[in-house]
Design a binder for this molecule. Structure first.
Ligand code: DLL
Length: 443
């Protein structure tokens, strides 16, 4: 009765799990962890060999903290075991497969049993409910369908809630806008860059998104800043929520924002998080920024043991005003492998984006091009789209703006970069994940 009331008031999808007492949850997590380690040791040679080489066996797991005795798993391990080397159950129990291509090497594979799909449905229902989704919503799902987890994940979640799903996939923006108007979509799910792109197309077509019923959205799959959130909220007249996940762990549904928007709640009864120092692998205390590591506690197809995500964040354990008791992660700061090292200085594309959107006159569209110059020094060109008024204006305005951006970047990033202002819509738009960096140094 108590949980039923909470559910009615603040739309928590599974209050009995999401608002669970901390000690009870830890007990559950430990039981799952023991099962998982036993199962992986018995069934997956890759994990058995790794554990043997560290001299650790399933019977060494007595407390949650013992997870630190276990080996890490990396993206390279996954690629080396492509396509089916990490399968932990008979192949005939697999009902669905997803992959993420990345930019180099073999894709990363996730294979799901029916039980894994059920966990995914549940995690995504919690995620969309965190963004206010109810059975009364019409969810326009413009994450890509196919091998990418975004489309199917959001679809499963919305259906589990009982909402109506429009399975649009990404692209064909004119049709997206037509359907949005004709079917009265109330919730949008897509990458944040595609949400912005659609809003530009709407503006050009004379459609005022603020007048449509669409009033909330769950965005993720790529880095985006607080300012980009404000921009999306202003253009649509909606509330925009950050959602996080990765193919290796399940897809979207690993963590999500609630209405308090003070970090992303991790579905930690399914996905056990740790933060480590990326250089040493040592655990870091709560509140300290490091690499996020996940163990899938209940997955059957391709479970992951201490998977190093390369995503950088910190954990927040203070109670959340929404009533959920799950640990939260701060929205991502970047990735260990996206970090550009420019003349010895660490730079994340997200820092550039954050600085840029604060500068009046620029559009939230940019491209970072890194070259190694003739003097063998790294040279960075930052291409920034500028509002169309600037190009009809005298060139003096453009020069002032360019100097301003260069000055702000120098003070925020501690490196000098060359800014090239470009006309609206010259930077290539993406219907999926946006490409923000071209690093020619590696070619
Ligand atoms: O992007 C799953 C997903 C789909 C998440 C839809 C959210 C919404 P992958 O293609 O395997 O899976 O990419 C995972 O994308 O390790 C992060 O680096 C990045 N990422 C995902 N969500 C966010 C986010 C999906 N909210 C990789 N903010 C992850 C920043 C994100 N980066």
């Amino acid at each position: 009765m108590f949980f039923y009331l909470i559910n009615l008031i603040i739309m928590i999808f599974s209050p009995e799990h999401e608002c669970m007492d901390g000690q009870a949850r830890e007990k559950l997590q430990l039981a799952h962890l023991k099962n998982l380690v036993e199962m992986l040791y018995a069934r997956v040679p890759f994990y058995r060999e790794k554990m043997n080489s560290l001299g650790v066996a399933p019977e060494d797991i007595h407390a949650l903290g013992d997870i630190r005795k276990l080996p890490f798993t990396t993206k390279d391990d996954l690629r080396e075991n492509y396509p089916r080397g990490l399968l932990a159950c008979p192949k005939d129990r697999i009902v669905e497969v997803h992959m993420s291509s990345g930019t180099t090497g073999k894709p990363v594979v996730d294979e799901y049993t029916q039980n894994d799909i059920n966990i995914w449905r549940e995690s995504m229902a919690r995620t969309l409910a965190g963004g206010g989704c109810t059975r009364d919503d019409v969810v326009q799902n413009c994450y890509g369908y196919g091998l990418f987890t975004g489309g199917p994940g959001a679809h499963y979640g919305a259906m589990t809630i009982g909402a109506e799903v429009l399975p649009m996939s990404s692209g064909n923006t004119a049709r997206q806008l037509m359907v949005m108007q004709d079917f009265g979509s109330t919730m949008l799910t897509c990458t944040p860059s595609y949400a912005l792109y659609m809003s530009e197309e709407a503006e050009d077509a004379g459609i005022d998104l603020k007048k449509l019923p669409i009033n909330k959205g769950c965005f993720g799959a790529e880095p985006w800043s607080e300012n980009m959130r404000k921009e999306i909220e202003a253009r649509y007249g909606m509330k925009a929520y950050d959602i996080y996940g990765l193919t290796e762990i399940i897809g979207p549904g690993v963590a999500f924002e609630c209405e308090a928007q003070n970090g992303l709640h991790i579905n930690e009864d399914f996905f056990y998080p740790e933060i480590i120092d990326p250089a040493t692998g040592d655990p870091l205390p709560d509140g300290e920024k490091g690499e996020l590591v996940f163990t899938t506690l209940t997955k059957e197809g391709t479970p992951m043991l201490r998977y190093r995500t390369r995503d950088i964040t910190f954990l927040i354990r203070e109670p959340c005003s929404c009533g959920r008791t799950t640990v939260r992660m701060h929205r991502l700061f970047g990735r260990t492998d996206d970090m550009l090292i420019i003349r010895g200085v660490n730079v994340f594309p997200s820092q550039i984006e954050q600085a840029l959107i604060e500068i009046e006159g620029t559009e939230p569209q940019y491209l970072i091009v890194v070259n190694r110059g003739e003097s063998h020094l790294d040279e960075v060109e930052l291409q920034v789209e500028v509002k169309k008024e600037f190009f009809t204006d005298e060139t003096r305005g453009l020069e002032v703006l360019r100097n301003k951006i260069e000055g702000v970047m120098k003070s925020k990033l501690q490196i000098g970069l060359k800014v090239k202002l470009v006309e609206p819509k010259t930077i290539e738009r993406s219907i999926g994940k946006a490409k923000r960096v071209i690093d020619n140094r590696r070619i």
